[in-house]
Design a protein around this ligand. Sequence first.
Ligand code: BGC
Length: 750
Amino acid sequence: MRIFKKVLKILLITLIVLTTFTGIIYYKSVNYTTYSLKPDKSKFEKMVSKEDFDKLAKELVAQMSLEEKIDQMYGEKMLHSVPKFLINAIAKRRFAHIYAGRNERLNIPPWVLSDGPRGARVMDKKINTVTTFPVAMARGASWDVDLERKVNEIIAIEMRANGANYAATPCVNLLRHPGWGRAQETYGEDPWVLGKMGVAAVKAIQSHNVMACPKHFALNSIENSRWVINVDVDDRTLREVYLPHFKKIVQESKTASLMSAYNFVRGDQCGANKELLTDILRDEWGFEGFVSTDWVYGIYDGVEAVKAGLDVEMPWQDEYNYDTIDEAIKSGEISEKDIDEIVIRILRTRLAYAFAEDKMEYNQDLIAKPSHIDLAREVAEKSMVLLKNQNVLPFKKSRNKKIAVIGRLADLPNTGDQGSSNSTPPYVITPYQGIKSLNKTLGNEVILNDGSDIEQAKKIAQEVDEVVLVVGYTHEDEGEYIILSRDKMMESAKAKKLVGEKGMGGDRTSLKLLPEDEILIKSLTPLNKNTVVTYVGGSAIDMSNWQDEVPAILFSWYAGMEGGNALANILYGNVNPSGKLPFSIAVNEEDYPYFNPYIDNITYEYYHGYTLFDKKNKPVAYPFGFGLSYTTFDYSDLSIVNPELTAKDSIQVKVDIKNTGLMAGEEVTQLYIGFKNSNIDRPVKLLRGFDKIYLTPNEEKTVEFSLPAEELSFYNPDTRQWEIEKMDYEIYLGSSSRKEDLLTDTFKVR
Ligand code: BGC
């Protein structure tokens, strides 16, 4: 009995100690200390010019011990940071602040990363919502560069209001194959679109003294093997297809930072890839900022990473640890000067941002304020793509109607990926809610049905005036691939197929909709001629099983917090659709480049997307740049102002566009250059300009393009130079990449 009591007592004490200990960790984690990201300016001389920050960075480094220097080269130390991060993520569904590089002794403030492709991710402890925009792919489909600027300004403002000053966005990896799980985070398949959107995003972010960190540098277009895959690529493909948009972002928007990709390129991991990080990025492009790794598996060898020119390991100190670096310095493999250079690069950039005067005060009242939410709706409206419309849309705004909104996704708040691009809005308007609220003012009845009972759904479809079928995906089907084990990823990659449980998100191995969606479409469409299929997702799908049977198809994407209202506005003609596909949709899945999410090596070829289909003369289901409107636009009088030019000039092109229909609307006009006369293997045509214009009925406008001839160049791997061929080029100008939609003419470069 006494022994029993003793054991009980020990158990009780252990329990109390453990509970107290866990309680303290929990309490400290959710109430973690926050720090100002601004310096105490009274401790420094007046800092204004680039030279001032260069000097300051050098002076600070000269005062630092090796340990202090290394402390600038990672996010936080694991011991306290991992529990903080996990407890906040799990218990509070909140992305905690990781304070990188704070040095109290030298008065150096920290910097804090926030993800943000569709809204700020790091959230202040008092606030737990932000404005959630449509995903980047939707914004790519808007082809509206100025809109992208506005979106990113707001994302940056809300980041600042949440105590972050480093934006892990935009994602500008190229959509090589539609199955890529993170397609929704980028802007599409075309390097030109990626570059234009990326530059606009970075400039907007940085205008609020948030350092932009475009990602993932580079060739990160497969998700499920991202930690292990090596991408082989030849020089022309690398320079002309996978890097031009990164180069534009570096040179035109002077991005403060870049995030290295997880994958390997030509044998070296991107975080330790000297060719990418030093030879190309710094030596050729003149990048002056700093590079941080993608999170957790960003580098596997600290010394190799230092040698390659990688600056910051995120989010925790692992490979950039004191022992590894100290030993490598002592053995002469690297020198302390290498470390100094890294720290100077980091400090001169981040201090310039920290010291800069803000143009406004970033208080928390700004978060998700009405004008931000209005923009979220406008973006959703401007990005939806109408692919097919056999006299169904717009639905009439008449009274006494019955409308059915049917499908698993009809009333699901569904803003996309729930990995790093997740964002937490105060509310989400679902398709059903949006359609219901618009019809309420008309006194119409809106019926919701989840489609799980097909017979019941069929009955409803027969009885109503209009049917909106909401099909597509959620974060379960596509998005960031959430598994924690790299070994598991390696196992699948070695086996070239999935080994074990799939996990959440990731790549799509089939481009078809889920069987239940296809069944729903096929069973209901014949029953009601006013049926619209609305697709929710982030990339191309294979519609071959059903597209001919449905009268209308609308790509509505993951449309953000106001998506349902935007959808209703499009369906009922309050807004004229103006989005166009930022990718091509093939007739057969096999027509795309080879894609397998479970491999450890792949070659990215020169052709993909419309350049591939053009080259092989393969018909597509829906061309790149295609999208319908409720009005019609007429293109005429294509003229080339200077049909003969030198390689130093810009080609000037004009075209007239007239709204020949009955409704005002926006048109995305596209300029392609053709290379028929080239002596080398070149694409049939490449996008080299686009513009979105608004025209009222009967209105006509002249659209002008000016394109520097250097944008016609190709990369010569022998000379390692960009070269412009002196020959005749074609101009194609029109409403999509499809031949029938383009006016054409030629010009000569002498
Ligand atoms: C993603 C990055 C993201 C980072 C931080 C990684 O898993 O690949 O895109 O910025 O997490 O959340």
